[in-house]
Design a protein around this ligand. Structure first.
Ligand SMILES: [Ca+2]
Ligand SMILES: [Ca+2]
Ligand SMILES: [Ca+2]
Ligand SMILES: [Ca+2]
Length: 132
């Protein structure tokens, strides 16, 4: 039994330690598993389906509260959100990438509006359309 535990510890040191070291080489500020340089919302956890970027500007919907493309987030964007919600717009207002626009998206927009630093992308092409 003792040999088994020792073997497991050696294995962990040989395999686990290098993996942990490599993880340290790729910063992931929001901890969503997507390295900052590949993350279209590097301050907001949005891995998986929520990684969508409807307008292809390099800012994922999860952090792209700039619905009128003015490069800032303000009440004009809230007006744009309401217009999309009322008129079934192009789903840019679908901040959680659920496929529809509802009050959850409004809650997310308010969060981005209150925390402007969330409107951030790690992609070098962010701000240009299409960013790919
Ligand atoms: Ca990330
Ligand atoms: Ca993210
Ligand atoms: Ca976007
Ligand atoms: Ca705006």
């Amino acid at each position: 039994m003792k040999i088994g535990v020792l073997t497991a510890m050696i294995f962990a040191l040989m395999v686990g330690f290098p993996i942990a070291s490599m993880a340290g080489l790729a910063p992931d500020a929001d901890g969503d598993g997507v390295p900052d340089v590949l993350d279209n919302c590097d301050q907001v956890a949005n891995a998986g389906a929520a990684f969508c970027d409807t307008d292809s500007d390099g800012y994922g919907n999860a952090c792209d509260g700039d619905l009128d493309q003015s490069n800032s987030i303000n009440l004009k964007d809230l007006t744009a959100w309401r217009a999309e919600n009322a008129g079934g717009g192009n789903l840019k207002a679908d901040l959680d990438c659920s496929g529809g626009i509802n009050l959850k998206d409004l809650t997310k927009w308010r969060s981005i509006n209150a925390n402007p630093s969330d409107f951030s992308s790690g992609l070098s092409c962010a701000g240009t359309v299409p960013c790919s």
